[in-house]
Design a protein around this ligand. Structure first.
Ligand code: DC
Length: 230
């Protein structure tokens, strides 16, 4: 008999983790939780109210006050911040930067992590995010780390931006990706060993998204049959 497990998907920006996590959740009939969207919503909320994302006290107060909801619709998920649909607004470069800044504060992480844990206590969830397999659900039955080389990741980002009608300079994107990788890695390493030792690395460079999804899906199916919930 198969059980509803916890799947934690990590990877740097542009590794394909969002598309993969969403699709795997969809096909398994699991809840999809984009933890990065929570840091992004907080970044947006701070920027809008003129507060400083680098100030831990202000950022953690805002994290406690704001209300984030995930509205699951036909094939897509909308993110609501205090009742407003901010799904597209949280994808700008300014918000990406603010999200990465708020994510360094331990008090912010504490608030958001407990919200994330509350959503996955019964299993049947695919979480996407940097610490999902180490801190949020260290006992997740399946942990996957998607990687891809920087140039390919920058090209994927540019394609996404162009599709939204935004301008994108590849060299700038490569630099931004390097900066965010460094800050994000430092943030994770401060909380302990990362990625978790039982993480499976999948290199997605040159891999079609459908193949990424199939690979993770097949790992999830194996684990849901072979593991006893810990
Ligand atoms: O995955 P993303 O680009 O949407 O994440 C936005 C920012 O939040 C990014 O700088 C990494 C950070 N983040 C985090 O520190 N922990 C998470 N679980 C998810 C995201």
């Amino acid at each position: 008999m198969s059980r509803r497990i916890v799947v934690a998907i990590d990877g740097p920006a542009g590794s394909g983790k969002s598309t993969t996590a969403r699709e795997v959740a969809n096909r398994l009939g699991y809840l999809y939780l984009d933890t990065g969207a929570m840091y992004r919503a907080l970044g947006l909320s701070l920027l809008r109210s003129g507060r400083n994302p680098d100030d831990e006290r202000q950022a953690s107060a805002c994290a406690r006050e704001m209300e984030i909801k995930f509205d699951v619709g036909e094939g897509s998920q909308r993110i609501l911040l205090d009742g407003e649909d901010v799904t597209d607004l949280i994808r700008t470069p300014e918000v990406s930067d603010a999200a990465s800044r708020v994510a360094v504060h331990p008090q912010v992480r504490e608030v958001l992590i407990s919200l994330q844990q509350a959503m996955g206590t019964k299993g049947g969830i695919v979480l996407e995010g940097r610490d999902t397999g180490t801190v949020v659900f260290p006992k997740a039955e399946l942990k996957v780390f998607l990687v891809a080389d920087v140039d390919e990741r920058a090209r994927r980002r540019r394609d996404e931006m162009l599709a939204r009608g935004e301008d994108a300079d590849l060299r700038v994107l490569v630099r931004q990706i390097h900066e965010r990788d460094a800050r994000d890695e430092e943030t994770q390493l401060r909380s302990g060993e990362w990625p978790a030792p039982d993480t499976i690395r999948v290199d997605t460079t040159g891999m079609a998204i459908e193949d990424q999804v199939s690979q993770v899906l097949s790992l999830a199916r194996q684990r849901s049959v072979n593991t006893v919930r810990r």
